[in-house]
Ligand binder design. Structure first.
Ligand SMILES: [Zn+2]
Length: 368
């Protein structure tokens, strides 16, 4: 299902079901009798792998659900004509049934395949708002293949290589780190790679900042924890409130009374429901006091932790966070912003992946 490519078995079942329904609708009596024979024979199979029985079950469901009209010689005046008219709808419904069957299956499989599944489960849960496909189609071809393999955790990471029976050291390559070198470790949790994670984080942050700067009104002041964007070494102007904390992005909008203050703290975590949740809770708690102090001063305050997954996934909650930011700053093109933030996180992770054998990191200019 990933990338919209159908599994071979789905295409196979789709084809069989089409042929099955077709013969049920238009066959002469001999064919129908042969079909009934095959059904009878295969109904006795103990392993539930008979395609004919599967087709029969689906067709039966279709009759009961009545999402389309299935003609019989008894329920219409001119059977052959009705069949000709209704067949395209029937086939469409059949295809939809198979698709649904596979969707449910792929969610179940994703849940079982713990190692590969975290992100697929997340994507399946977020199905409606999925912007990930849009994101990966925006990266260069080589990176796209990498992204799909990163998404299914099938890259040649040291831990996977070891699992596949290759003689490799499954530990992290970084000096002073002896953790197992999983993809999650490489991309989001190695304590010796913080400079790399900062580079990716700052690239995403900078894009958000630049987008805000293009749309903001004259009454808005914006500070960011990036070179050239700080005030007094931090991001909170001391005349507003004194704090040692440095949220990643602070927007002060004086066009309203009382003024609005938006605190944004960005994390680029491992894309799984658990890490998203953990980051959100940690960051919400971190700025609760600061937000409280601002509210005590009569300012309308938004405390917005934002997570963009390191493999480019943006879940529903973060869609809403970005929507809130877009509404506050009057940014148009929210979808474009979403896709760009996901793309930059993904490209950053790709750079980190390429540098995995090197102790040195030269990030250079932020990714745009
Ligand atoms: Zn490490």
């Amino acid at each position: 299902m990933l990338l919209g490519a159908k599994p071979v078995s789905q295409v196979y079942l789709e084809g069989h079901l089409g042929a099955f329904i077709n013969s049920k609708l238009v066959s002469d009596e001999d064919t129908l009798a042969a079909l009934a024979n095959a059904e009878e024979r295969e109904a006795e199979w103990t392993r539930k792998s008979s395609t004919i029985m599967q087709c029969k079950e689906i067709f039966q469901e279709m009759k009961e659900e009545q999402n389309c009209r299935i003609p019989t010689p008894d329920n219409c005046a001119n059977y052959p004509v009705t069949v000709r008219i209704e067949k395209p709808n029937i086939m469409k419904e059949a295809k939809r049934k198979v698709e649904n069957l596979y969707r449910v299956r792929s969610i179940q499989t994703a849940g079982q395949l713990h190692l590969q599944g975290e992100m697929l489960t997340l994507l399946a849960e977020e199905e409606k708002d999925i912007s990930w496909k849009a994101t990966i189609f925006k990266v260069p071809r080589g990176v796209m293949g990498w992204a799909v393999r990163a998404g299914t955790n099938t890259l040649a990471t040291p831990d996977n290589l070891a699992r596949w029976g290759r003689p490799v050291d499954p530990r992290c390559n970084m000096d002073g780190c002896s953790s197992a070198s999983t993809l999650g470790h490489l991309l989001s949790s190695c304590a010796k790679a913080l400079d790399r994670f900062k580079f990716r984080h700052d690239s995403v942050l900078n894009h958000l900042l630049q987008t805000i700067m293009k749309s903001k009104n004259d009454q808005m002041t914006v500070y960011a924890d990036l070179n050239g964007w700080r005030v007094n070494g931090g991001t909170m102007p001391p005349d507003l409130v004194l704090t040692e904390q440095i949220p990643d992005l602070v927007i002060i909008d004086r066009s309203d009374t009382p003024a609005k203050v938006v605190l944004i703290e960005l994390t680029v975590p491992w894309d799984s429901a658990n890490s998203f949740k953990a980051a959100e809770e940690r960051k919400t708690a971190r700025y609760e006091r600061l937000a409280g102090d601002l509210r005590d001063k009569g300012l309308t305050t938004f405390n917005l932790p934002l997570e963009i997954g390191c493999r480019g996934v943006i879940n529903k909650r973060n869609h809403l966070v970005l929507e809130t930011i877009c509404n506050l700053v009057k940014i148009r093109g929210r979808k474009k912003l979403l896709a760009s933030l996901g793309r930059i996180a993904l490209l950053g992770s790709y750079r980190i992946w390429l540098a995995r054998h090197s102790q040195k990191w030269t990030g250079g200019e932020l990714i745009k």
